[in-house]
Design a binder for this molecule. Structure first.
Ligand code: DC
Length: 246
C-alpha cells in the first residue's frame, strides 16, 4: 500500500475546484468527466482504474477474490500510480502504473471489470485507495470520477454530480462499445452490469449512493451529448459562469 508521490500533469493553479462525479457503470461518467476536464481546464482522474489495477494484480496472483486477508497482504506490497490523461483529443486516457508497469491496456476486459467490483468491497483496500485519491487531488483543479468521490473521498467537493440511467440503457451503451462482432449478447452485458450494480450499491463500506448535496443527472432519455451539455451547465452554474454553448 505504498503511497509514494503520485505524478500528475501541470494545470492552471487558479482553478482549484474539485468536481466529483459518481454513478454506476455505463452512466457516461468517463465521457462527461473527460469533456468537463477539457472544457474547464481540470485534471481528469478516473478512480475505477485504480481498483481495476489492483484486481489485475489479485488475478495474476491467483488469489481468491473473497480472501480479505490475502488481498490486504497483497495490497501491502503493491504500488499503484494514476497519471492524468491529456486534455487533447486522442490523449484521453489516464495511465495506470501497477508496481511500475503500465497496465492501462489490460484493465477493460470483463474478468478485470468483475474482479474490480469484488476487491473494492473490502474496507482496508478502500481506505488505501481513498488516501491515494486524496493525495492525487490535494491541490484541487480536478474532475474525479468513481463511486464514492462525493460521499467519502471529497465530501467537500465544490461540485458533485450523481449520474444515473436505467440499467437497460447503460447495458446497451456498454454493448455498443464492444468490438464487432461482439462475443456476447446484449442481455448478458445487462445482466453483468446489474450484478455489479448490486454489489457496488449494497456493500457495507462506502456503497454507491448520491451525496445529499449532489446534483442528480439521469441520462436515460438523453444522448450522451445531451448529458455532457447538462453536466457542463451544472459546473458552469456552480462557477457562476454563463452557459458557453451556442
Ligand atoms: O468505474 P469502473 O467501472 O472502472 O470501476 C470498477 C469497479 O471499481 C466498480 O465496479 C466499483 C469499484 N470502484 C469503487 O468501488 N469506487 C470507486 N471510486 C471507483 C470504482
Amino acid at each position: 500500500m505504498s503511497s509514494e508521490k503520485i505524478s500528475t500533469r501541470s494545470f492552471d493553479p487558479s482553478r482549484k475546484i474539485i468536481v466529483a462525479i459518481d454513478g454506476p457503470s455505463g452512466a457516461g461518467k468517463s465521457t462527461i468527466a473527460r469533456h468537463l476536464a477539457r472544457h474547464f481546464g481540470l485534471l481528469n482522474l478516473e478512480t475505477g482504474a485504480m481498483y481495476r489495477a489492483f484486481a489485475l494484480k489479485a488475478l495474476r496472483a491467483a488469489l481468491p477474490l473473497d480472501d480479505r486477508s490475502g488481498l490486504e497482504r497483497l495490497a501491502n506490497e503493491t504500488t499503484i500510480r494514476l497519471e492524468a490523461g491529456g486534455q487533447e483529443p486522442g490523449e484521453k486516457e489516464n495511465r495506470v502504473l501497477l508496481d511500475g508497469e503500465d497496465v492501462t491496456a489490460l484493465l477493460r476486459n470483463q474478468t478485470v471489470t468483475d474482479a474490480a467490483s469484488r476487491v473494492s468491497v473490502f474496507p482496508a483496500i478502500r481506505s488505501w485507495m481513498v488516501r491515494l485519491q486524496q493525495q492525487l487531488a490535494a491541490g484541487g483543479g480536478v474532475v474525479m470520477e468513481g463511486r464514492d468521490i462525493g460521499t467519502v473521498v471529497f465530501p467537500h467537493a465544490e461540485v458533485k454530480i450523481f449520474l444515473d440511467a436505467a440499467p437497460e440503457v447503460r447495458g446497451l451503451r456498454r454493448f455498443d462499445q464492444l468490438g464487432s462482432p461482439p462475443a456476447v449478447q446484449p442481455e448478458e452485458v445487462i445482466r453483468d452490469l446489474r450484478a455489479r450494480d448490486e454489489r457496488d450499491r449494497n456493500r457495507a463500506d462506502s456503497p454507491l449512493k448520491p451525496a445529499p448535496d449532489a446534483v442528480l443527472l439521469d441520462s436515460t432519455h438523453m444522448t450522451l451529448e445531451q448529458a455532457v451539455e447538462a453536466a457542463e451547465a451544472i459546473v458552469a452554474a456552480k462557477l457562476g459562469q454563463p452557459p458557453s454553448r451556442a
